[in-house]
Design a binder for this molecule. Structure first.
Ligand SMILES: NC(=O)c1ccc[n+]([C@@H]2O[C@H](COP(=O)([O-])OP(=O)(O)OC[C@H]3O[C@@H](n4cnc5c(N)ncnc54)[C@H](OP(=O)(O)O)[C@@H]3O)[C@@H](O)[C@H]2O)c1
Length: 274
């Protein structure tokens, strides 16, 4: 049994690899010679990405399409890896989504599913393979957001999930360092991906000084994990935002974020009358 575990090939497990930042991360990890296991719901997109990566002369990634919001999803990933004779040396918890609107107006079940994907599965995957990560002196890259340091009126549950990801990852960084496991929280600002449409942003939001591409963010995340950095915030303007947010009163931040998200919603977000 022990010998079988040692003989498993190490792979980088990336969730949410069918689009956006996850897809960019997959290309970067593959480009640096990592064998990959890609997870998301849309199998076709995963297979096309695997073809493209193989077409560039890299090892063909394994793909596993599944809905991470389902209770048994991590067990299914683990079983599928066992069957393939692989185990993770790096886990990239990237899958996630947000919803724009006031928490009372948005669907309760969708917001709970968001907590499942952004928080529950990220936590479970971070803890499920510690033995393998330790054996390979590997790491965990958890995708949080600049939203992690802000109060989030207009996207309350989403900002709260990212605050959790940042807090959890920083603590895990400290706890797992003695075991030789790196843990990095990646905190991007705005990145044009499918995220905006899924969240219900009003169309036509223009890139601003905070905006970075998925490739830029993925590259920053890859480098930060390699260096064993605790937190990575891609882009100077985003790093400034995070720093300034520490010193501003929460009430002021709340107003600013509420207005920002109101604009992203095309003015649709209204506070309930007291
Ligand atoms: N874009 C931004 O402005 C921004 C800023 C800061 C942080 N982030 C974070 O970056 C991460 C990636 O977002 P993105 O911008 O790349 O968004 P995206 O283009 O919408 O990609 C999201 C990925 O997550 C997967 N996913 C979502 N729900 C899933 C589920 N139930 N089961 C399995 N996979 C699921 C999607 O795959 P399927 O649909 O195929 O399942 C897709 O591959 C997220 O955690 C997001 O919160 C994004």
């Amino acid at each position: 049994m022990v010998r079988a575990m040692i003989e498993r090939r190490p792979v980088t497990l990336i969730t949410g690899a069918s689009a956006g930042i996850g897809m960019a991360l997959a290309r970067i990890f593959a480009g640096h010679g990592h064998e990959l296991m890609l997870v998301a719901r849309r199998e076709q997109q995963l297979r096309e990405l695997a073809d493209a990566i193989a077409g560039r002369g890299h090892r063909r990634p394994h793909v596993h399409s599944l809905d991470l919001a389902r209770q048994q999803s991590v067990e299914e990933i683990s079983a599928s890896m066992s069957r393939l004779g692989i185990e993770p040396n790096i886990i990239v918890n990237n899958a996630g989504f947000g919803l724009l609107g006031t928490a009372v107006d948005l669907s309760r079940s969708e917001q709970l599913a968001m907590i499942d994907v952004n928080v529950r599965v990220l936590t479970e995957l971070s803890l499920a393979f510690i033995g393998a990560l330790e054996r390979h002196r590997g790491g965990i890259l958890n995708v949080a957001s600049v939203a992690a340091v802000l109060p989030g009126p207009g996207m309350a549950v989403y900002y709260a999930t990212k605050a959790y990801v940042l807090s959890f990852s920083e603590a895990l960084h400290w706890e797992l360092q003695p075991r030789g496991i790196r843990v990095t929280a990646l905190c991007p600002g705005p990145v044009p991906t499918e995220f905006q449409a899924r969240a219900g942003f009003a169309g036509g939001s223009k890139p601003d000084v905070l905006t970075k591409t998925a490739d830029q963010v993925a590259e920053a995340g890859y480098r930060a994990l390699q260096r064993g950095q605790r937190v990575a915030v891609p882009g100077l303007a985003n790093r400034l935002t995070v720093t300034v947010a520490r010193f501003l009163p929460r009430r002021l931040l709340m107003e600013a974020v509420g207005r920002y998200n109101g604009k992203r919603a095309g003015g649709r977000i209204k506070r309930s009358p007291s």
